[in-house]
Design a protein around this ligand. Structure first.
Ligand code: ATP
Ligand code: MG
Length: 143
């Protein structure tokens, strides 16, 4: 797991458990509110909200349950949102192919992960077969 080293007292973290489908909406709402608080423009806000929808939905669909951690990063000039998507599900088989896009085992377009990677400023993924998946994302506020 990567720790970006955000240690400011103004940073705030909260965790949303994904145990039912409605929790995806809750995660979206928290991220939208955080983007508003930080003054994200509409492009950056849409990007981080879309990432939240896609990756929280993947937790729900493929792992059944998990957690979304929302971190508000506010260091004066440097403002952003850090997200972690954590589950103990089956892990992602064929990760390199999945990241290219178009590979789906869930009947979707297979664009959730690859699209999220493109929309993010920082994107790290740690996945192990049979153990689970941990994805870290950062979206910075445009300066
Ligand atoms: N958290 C996860 N745990 C296990 N497998 C996952 C997880 N997230 C994604 N995958 C695997 O990676 C594949 C690609 O995911 P991706 O979100 O890109 O597409 P999708 O969910 O199949 O379709 P959609 O375009 O609707 O999101 C999935 O089909 C699934 O096999
Ligand atoms: Mg998906």
């Amino acid at each position: 797991m990567r720790d970006a080293g955000h240690d400011s007292s103004q940073d705030a973290k909260e965790s949303i458990r994904i145990v039912e489908e409605a929790d995806i909406i809750t995660a979206r709402q928290r991220v939208r509110a955080t983007a508003q608080e930080l003054g994200f423009d509409s492009f950056a806000a849409s990007a981080i909200i879309t990432i939240t929808s896609e990756l929280a939905r993947n937790i729900w669909v493929y792992a059944g349950r998990g957690e979304v951690v929302v971190e508000r990063i506010d260091k004066g000039a440097r403002k952003g949102i850090g997200l972690q998507f954590i589950d103990q599900g089956p892990g992602i088989v064929d990760l390199p192919k999945v990241l290219k896009g178009g590979l789906s085992r869930g009947g979707g377009l297979g664009l959730g992960l690859s699209g999220s990677k493109r929309l993010a400023d920082e994107f790290d993924i740690d996945t192990q077969p049979g153990k689970g998946t941990h994805i870290s994302v950062v979206k910075w506020k445009a300066r």
